[in-house]
Write a protein that binds this ligand. Sequence first.
Ligand SMILES: Nc1ncnc2c1ncn2[C@@H]1O[C@H](COP(=O)(O)OP(=O)(O)OP(=O)(O)O)[C@@H](O)[C@H]1O
Ligand SMILES: [Mg+2]
Length: 505
Amino acid sequence: MAPETYRVEIAGVSKSFRAVQALKDVSLNVRPGEIHALVGENGAGKSTLMNILSGVLRKDSGTIRMDGSAVEIPDPRAGRQLGIGIIHQELALVPSLTVAENIFISRLSRRFGLVDWRGLNRRAGELLARTGFPEIDPRATVASLGVAYRQIVEIAKGLSENVRVLILDEPTSVLAPQEVESLFAALRILREQGVGLVYISHRLDEIFRIADRITVLKDGAVVRTVLPSEITPGDLIGLMIGRTLTAMFPSRGSRAGVEVLRVDALSRGGKVRDVSFVVRAGEIVGIAGLVGSGRTEILRTIFGADPKDSGTISVGGRRLRIHSPRDAVRNGIALVPESRKDHGVILSMSIRKNITLPSVGRMAGALGIIRQRKERSVAQTLAGRLRIKARNIDAEVADLSGGNQQKVVLAKWLGTDCRVLLLDEPTRGVDVGAKAELYSLIADLAGAGMAIVMVSSEMMEMIGLCDRVAVVSQGRIAGVLEGAAITEENIMRLAVRRSGCGGGG
Ligand SMILES: Nc1ncnc2c1ncn2[C@@H]1O[C@H](COP(=O)(O)OP(=O)(O)OP(=O)(O)O)[C@@H](O)[C@H]1O
Ligand SMILES: [Mg+2]
């Protein structure tokens, strides 16, 4: 029998960034019409490997073959010409441009003279139809679309006319369950069309649902390629992190104490409408809802990042005047934001500086030297607990993998003394091992008397960690679930409820 011809065959690829060897002799193949999942801890080398395949980075050694012939991919343009599309970990659309302009942006910017807009819109329409979403208008601005549709536009952008390979680097990290379904429908259509797909995700439940094969990377090397049917999620985690996780979620004695945070009739624009809830010391309260339902806005308004129109916020029974995040921090409220790039970390600074930034006041000693030593030990402890993968804590955040940057944001705020901790998608992009560690850290903080509010799209987090879950729909709390009533079904039922109709029903 002749050897199988693969869509993509990566053989013996290595890559180093100065002292860091990100990939060691990696071999991997993708068949046409296959969804091949690539999994591994933060910093395992997943993005690096796919950036090499798409021409964003250059390999140090090794070969890449496509449909049997050896290829060189020195830049992204060469990758596109070979039919390799990539959707990066961070969305890269320009909101003020239209859908069609975004899809063809790399080709538009190099061209002078007249653009055939009608032709452009028609071709964009054809690519959108290929993804199974013909309802997206190529002439609409990207800003007018929800996150799920933006993701589809990214896919259409990745689909050049002759796409043979499509790489998706954590496409669902911002999506709610229903939106994940739409994305999967699009991926299945592409698979039927013979496209070879590489799918990177930290959400293992998704991997088991969509992947035909799974390759595990660890510390830059391939551990194994397996079929989903021949491995359990627990064993897959074992391959990824090199140890077994006994429990994903910590067991917590729920000893709710005195009232800490009280939010009363909070409103802002059309996004936050008459929101009221209470969090006691030691409690973890979840805020669930679809993308765009107003979850992030609720946290931002409490924190003073967005001004409120009406309503009150009290901490420890005292009504607060919060006009800015500084007011919030001064009153013991901390917010870990959703997007690390916008306001999470300073990429050009070291891990240590980033972690200790919010707490410098606390560490100020009589002698600068004492402060420095304390800074180091706090940063070291948190970096170790969250398993931040880096040379050492003086490494620049810009050089870390996506998930490790997220861990720095978390460490930064977990290191502060606050009474109220607001967490927005805290585990987004974080690998399973670190997730478990983070859950126990959050539980410890609650155990120490903090009041915690957590927004998350991951159902298991809501169910496994929260004492109560407020489900938001169109800016309003559609219902609050407690204890055994916190189920995926109940959360979804409330999340899709439209406010305004049905009144009390
Ligand atoms: N530009 C760079 N300079 C220096 N080191 C880098 C650079 N890009 C990546 N690295 C390092 O290479 C290793 C692999 O990073 P990569 O981004 O491929 O990980 P990943 O598997 O995609 O992780 P994540 O799940 O967090 O996205 C990490 O140790 C990272 O710090
Ligand atoms: Mg990555």
